[in-house]
Structures are given as C-alpha cells and as structure tokens.
Design a protein. Structure first.
Length: 761
C-alpha cells in the first residue's frame, strides 16, 4: 500500500531500497538499524525524521535526535529541511549528547545543588582546579598529576559513577588509595563554584532522572520519538541516559554498526549495541547491507576479515558493482621501501588523469606518517595531514628539536626559551621575562644571560636553583656529545631532562602516540651520520612550502578516517605489534584484538575502487632494525578477493611465508585451542601462489631456502654477511634460525637463507 503524507505526496521515499524504506516506516516501538559501511544510514535517519514530521506523528519539538558531533547535527538539520522544503529551525532537541544534556540541566539545575547559570569548565580550568584540590590534600602534584586524576574522573563519569558509587579499590590508581577522596572533594568544589565539567552534564542528568521520577515523566510525555546515531560509540553514561528517557514512548530508533565500534579507548562500549534486543524487548532489527560505496572485492575482503570477530550481530555487505580490483597485499623490505612504492603508485594514479584528492593513506599510528611525509616532500607531492599537524610540526617533535638545537648552539634563543621550563621546572613567566630583559641589556644570548643571572640576586629561590641545574645539564650533554653517537645522545637528553617521563606521566589519550613519535624521531636521526646532517635535513623539510592546495593526498590515522571515503586507499604497516597494536592486545586481550579487527574493517571499507595493503619485513625502531611478521589480519582476508604481491628483488617471499608459517602459525593455532583456523589452512595451501616463485638471488647474492627439520650450515663464531644489516658474527643457531651480532645493527635473529659467509662476499 503506498504511503501518503497529509498533503498526499511521498516523494521523499523514492529511491530508498526495501530495507531503508522499512527502517523509515517502522516508527512504532524500539528499532535497531544495523547500518553497514556505505549503506546510506544518514539518508535513513533524515528521511525517518522527515516522515514523522510530514505525517504529523509528532511535532519537531517532540523528537529527540542525538548525534555525536555538532557537524553531524547541522548536516541532519539541513538534510531534513531539504526533504521538507523549508528551513528546519524548529527542532530544539536535535544535537549532541552533551548539548542536549546541558539544556536539560539548565532547566533542573537546582535538583543537583546548582544554579541555572552554571559554568562549564574547559580542560585547562578542570586541570587547574584539580591541582588545587590535590595540593590541598597534601599530595605531591608532580608525582600524582592533575591531568592523570582528570583522566580517572573522566573514565568514572563515562561509566555513570558518582563518588559514592565507587568502591574502595577504585581509588588505588591515584596517590595510594586517595583517588575516591579527591574525586569527592573535586565534585564538592565544583558545586561551590557553580560549575560542571563535560562529564557532569550527563552524570547530573542521570542523577536528576533517577532521584526525581516526576521530572523524568515530564520528559517521557515530551518526547514521542527518540533517534540516536552512531549507537555503537556510546559509553555507559550515554547508554544509561538514553535508557531512562526511552522508557516513556518506547519509540526509540538507534542506528549504528557494531563492526565499526573503534573507540573503546575513550570509553565506548560495543556491548550497548550488542544487547539492544535484550534491553528493549520486542525490538525490531533491520540490517542495511546493500553498499553504495565499494566494489564487490573490497566488500568481500572486509566481510571475510570481520567474520573472525565473535562478538557481533552479523551482517554481510553486498553491492551491484560486481568485480572491480581485488584488494592487493604487498610485502616490502622496510618502511622507506613502503613509502617509495606507495608514492610511485600515487604518481601512476595521477598520470592517468585522476586526482590526488582521490587518494588516502591510512596508518594505525601517527608515527608511521614520517616516511611518507619525507618522501612526498622529496618528490614534491602535495599532501594534507588530517586530524593533526605534520610529523615535524608536532609539539613533541619541536620540543625535542629545541633540545638538540641548544646542544649545538648557545645562541639559539628561541630553542632555549621553548625548553627552559619544558617539562615544568618552576621557572615561570616572570623569571623568563627577567632573563630576556637582561639578555637585551647585556646584548648577549638568553643562555649567556642565564649563566650570569644565576650568580646574582635578581632571580631567587626555586627558579634560580632550577636554572642552575638546567645549565649544568646542558654543559654535561655538550661534553658527552663529543664521544657519543647522536641518536644515543638524543635518547639520553630526552630521558635525563625529564621530557620522556613527562609524557609517560600524562594520561591523556594522545600521550602514548607522542612517545611513539619520539621513538620515530630517533629512527629518523639514525638515517644520518651526524646531528648536523639531520638538523639540516629538518630545516629543509620545514622550509618547503606547506600551504593548502586544492588537490592533495590525504594522510591520516585509521581512527580519523571513520565516516570518510576515497577511490584509492593505501593501508601500510600491517604487521604484528603495529596492527594489531601490541598495546591494545596487552591491555584488553581478546576485546582489544576484536576492536583492532574492526579498525581494519573500517580501513578497507573506506575504499571505493581500490584498497592496497602493505607489510614490511623490517622496521627501524629507536635506530635499530627489527624484523617483523605480517599481521594476522592478512591471513583472515578471503583469498578469492585478494592479490598478493612482493617487492621485486628486495627479499625472498617464500622465506617470509615460511617464517609466518613457523612462528605465527604455531602461535595462532595454539590460540585457537590447538586447531589452526580455516583461514590459516587456506594461507598454507595458497602461499606458493600468493607469494610467487622463489627468486634465485637477492640483490646479487645467492639464496638458499631452509629445509624444515634441518640444522644450519653456519657455526657459532663464524663471520657472515647480511644484505641489510652488514657483517656480523653468529652467536647461536636454532635449526635454520641464527642469532647474529652485527657490527652496526646489533643482535638480530635471521634465517640462514638471508646470509652468506663473509669470505664469499
């Protein structure tokens, strides 16, 4: 039966597929729309809103529509207005969780001992207040930082926990058991100041609803329909808030994709969407599986990969766009080779008349961007970094460079001023201003003025003591730098200055990434013989014009890519420890692995035409080369949707396959209760076809393929040569695996097929 609005038209329903149409028209009762990547979920949400309003099922003011970003809210408002043929300004309850919660709290602030004029603190004000509370409690605020406490409080509030709901054990993470006490004092202090932080907005709402049934009933009567976007990304507090409001009409529609839940590190609970049917008895579940973005092979590879996750509701994406390019998996020798090959692919793409804007490189961690940025600058390829600054423009890299500049010169005022109180040394703005005035008066550099001022009384107390200690550190580093390798010296300075520890103590979600970027910085320095050569390189890189251009390659992390799409997507760094992240596995176990797999799924489904995956046999970490294994996710890709390639004449693909089989295959099989997965069995069966024939030479050197069960022909103490690591001495042999102490690269474990006797070279 055709649907008609009160004016007799239903044009807004045209073009919807059957599942989308059903999701729009199923207005009564709880509904979960499982919307796979590229299946038109935004269109379903906006059309459903327009349908409810045009058929007068509710007034705009009676619909609660929740999004995760202001941008999404604006887009929804504009698209609904387009369907309605008018500006939609009369939707007061369309916005983010926090904006709507703030509006409710303004109305009922007195119920949580606040005034309606309360102030919402930003992060800086929150940290400042917490520091006051911590110091008032007699706790060392340098050891137990306010920022760390803020992260704990944010985590508790995301779980809907007020201080009285925390157990005694919950506070042990801070100041030896004083965490709950600090939390309670902080909350009390906020009320005295008539202030809240962002976490309080939802937390106070929940308290009001739970303690005041009459208030909750008013909102039940107000909201006829509730719509929630990106439900898989909700945390516990958002879930509790929504559950309380949905108990009224029960007409709640949640749209999301459990396979794209990738924000567990910031509190998102994938279980919220997994238990929707249990939370809302009689709920209807509609799966949007028809994809309008990607080709058949891309969807087949992504669906085969995500099928390995156990905690999912299940769906299979499909498309009318049959065939297309298979997902390519390419093994390369190392990171620079990876950047070189991908750059070449992009240049070929451009010569075919395609745009740089069509191309995205999606990395697991921001530290992986450096090789690509340097290669693009070298070739003159325009690029943009989405979600953050370029590698050499990041704050932690500029800070590290400032230390290195001071090491080289006692007249670099800009560098000295940047690091004199970074990390905090008790040298405030007043002391720095006195140093600047003295430097101008004496016509000397800031460092030279400092050395004079610490012998006078113009600067006293802690500031003078700290300045004296800082100049002594600089003198020691300069002496040691004469006989120390520049990479080792950089590590020493970052450690001894307290800079590395500063980021270890900072519990912000980005801190671990900053530490990884510092490691990548040391690796970058290792590519140059001297510190001067490296710093000259950095100067040239930063001097390159980096203004915005109309046509640029997009470089970003996988997390930043969610919601975006590109014709050509490169996915580098698919190695164990990098992707999946070893940190995620260590901290969250199987749940962490499944979220990493969802992140891989998101990455592949960003591609419309072509997706290209890369893994490297070697990576440089802290200036030392380490061999790596291909990601387990590569094994889980269905072979019928994948083409596997290798970098010509860079390494022996069959040896890589053997190594994966021997090392990773055994571990993975054990993890599967002693039984290898079907995907792993398929990998073994097809490895020869995937990796091609074994080359007879690597860069002009003969290759011997190790035979299983055999011992190596090399003996302990024998001198050998490796094409990448150079000359070394065999320290031990385990079958065909050798432990070699290389003259320059240090100790490495390699297969004997990769080395030659030094006498034969």
């Amino acid at each position: 039966m055709p649907v008609r609005t009160v004016d007799g038209s239903a044009d807004y329903l045209e073009g919807l597929n059957p599942e989308q149409r059903e999701a729009v028209l199923s207005t009564e009762g709880p509904l979960l729309v499982l919307a796979g990547a590229g299946t038109g979920k935004t269109r379903v949400l906006t059309t459903r809103l327009a349908h409810i309003i045009r058929n007068r099922l509710a007034w705009p003011s009676q619909i609660l529509s929740v999004t995760f970003t202001n941008k999404a809210a604006r887009e929804m408002r504009e698209r609904v207005g387009g369907l309605m043929g008018e500006q939609m300004e009369g939707m007061p309850w369309l916005g983010t969780f926090h904006s709507i919660a703030a509006k409710i709290l303004r109305i009922h602030a007195e119920l949580v001992d606040l005034k309606s004029s309360f102030t919402i603190l930003d992060t800086d004000d929150q940290i400042r207040l917490l520091k006051q509370v911590i110091e008032a409690a007699g706790i060392d605020s340098k050891r137990w930082t306010a920022r760390y406490m803020a992260s704990l409080i944010d985590g508790w509030k995301n779980k809907g926990l007020t201080p009285d709901k925390l157990g005694a054990d919950d506070g042990h993470a801070f100041a030896e058991g004083k965490g709950v006490e600090i939390y309670a004092t902080y909350q009390a202090r906020l009320k005295i100041l008539n202030a809240v932080d962002f976490g309080d907005l939802l937390l106070h709402n929940i308290t009001i609803f739970q303690q005041n049934p009459d208030v909750l009933k008013k909102f039940h009567d107000k909201f006829r329909y509730l719509l929630v976007d990106e439900y898989q990304d909700t945390n516990v507090a958002q879930y509790l808030w929504l559950r309380l409001l949905a108990q009224g009409s029960n007409n709640v529609c949640c749209v999301g994709d459990d396979d794209q839940s990738i924000y567990g590190w910031r509190g998102a609970e994938v279980d919220n969407i997994l238990r929707f049917e249990a939370d809302f008895p009689g709920a209807k579940v509609i799966r949007l599986e028809r994809n309008y973005r990607s080709t058949e092979h891309i969807l087949g590879a992504a669906s085969g990969l995500i099928a390995a996750n156990k905690d999912r509701l299940g769906k299979t994406l499909w498309t009318d766009d049959a065939g297309g390019h298979k997902v390519s998996v390419t093994g390369v020798w190392d990171g620079p080779a990876e950047a070189r090959i991908i750059s070449g692919e992009i240049e070929n793409w451009k010569t075919k008349g395609r745009s740089y804007n069509d191309v995205a490189i999606l990395v697991r961690a921001s530290r992986q961007m450096r090789n690509f940025e340097e290669r693009f600058i070298q070739l003159g390829l325009p690029y943009r970094v989405i979600g953050g600054p370029r590698f050499f423009e990041r704050a932690e890299i500029r800070d590290a460079h400032a230390y290195l500049r001071v090491l080289r010169s006692d007249t670099d005022d800009l560098a000295f001023e940047r690091i004199v109180n970074t990390p905090k040394r008790g040298i405030g703005a007043t002391s720095v201003r006195k140093l600047q005035e003295a430097a101008r008066a004496m016509n000397v550099s800031l460092e030279q003025a400092t050395r004079t001022m610490i012998r006078t009384d113009e600067i006293r107390g802690k500031a003078r003591t700290s300045l004296r200690a800082f100049t002594q550190d600089i003198d020691r580093w300069r002496r040691e730098a004469r006989d120390t390798k520049h990479t080792e010296m950089a590590e020493r300075i970052l450690d001894q200055s307290g800079y590395t520890q500063m980021w270890r103590d900072n519990k912000d979600a980005k801190s671990q990434g900053r530490l990884e970027n510092l490691k990548e910085l040391i690796s970058a320095m290792g590519e140059f013989d001297t510190l001067d050569a490296y710093m000259e390189h950095v100067s040239l890189v930063l001097d390159v014009e980096s203004g915005p251009q109309e046509d640029e390659i997009s470089l970003m992390t996988l997390h930043s890519a969610k919601g975006l799409e590109f014709p050509l997507v490169f996915l580098p760094g698919w190695e164990e420890g990098t992707f999946p992240s070893q940190r995620a596995l260590d901290e969250s176990g199987m749940a962490g692995l499944e979220e990493e797999r969802r992140l891989a799924y998101v990455g592949i489904t960003r591609a419309r035409e072509m997706a290209k995956i890369y893994f490297a046999a070697n990576r440089q970490v802290y200036g030392s080369w380490q061999s790596s294994l291909p990601s387990r996710f590569i094994d889980e890709l269905p072979i019928e949707h994948v083409d596997v390639e290798s970098e010509a004449n860079q390494y022996n693909p069959s040896l890589i396959a053997d190594r994966v089989q021997e090392d990773f295959g055994r571990t993975f099989a054990k993890a599967q209760s002693g039984r290898a997965s079907p995907g792993w069995q398929r990998y073994q069966k097809n490895k020869d076809r995937q990796f091609g024939r074994e080359p007879k030479e690597i860069e002009g050197h003969a290759v011997r393929r190790p035979a299983k069960g055999k011992t190596s022909n090399y003996t302990v103490g024998e001198r050998v040569f490796h094409t990448k690591f150079g000359y070394g001495e065999v320290m031990s042999a385990d079958g065909t695996k050798l432990t070699v102490e290389f003259d320059k690269a240090g100790e490495k474990m390699v297969l004997d097929g990769f080395v030659q006797r030094a006498a034969d070279v």
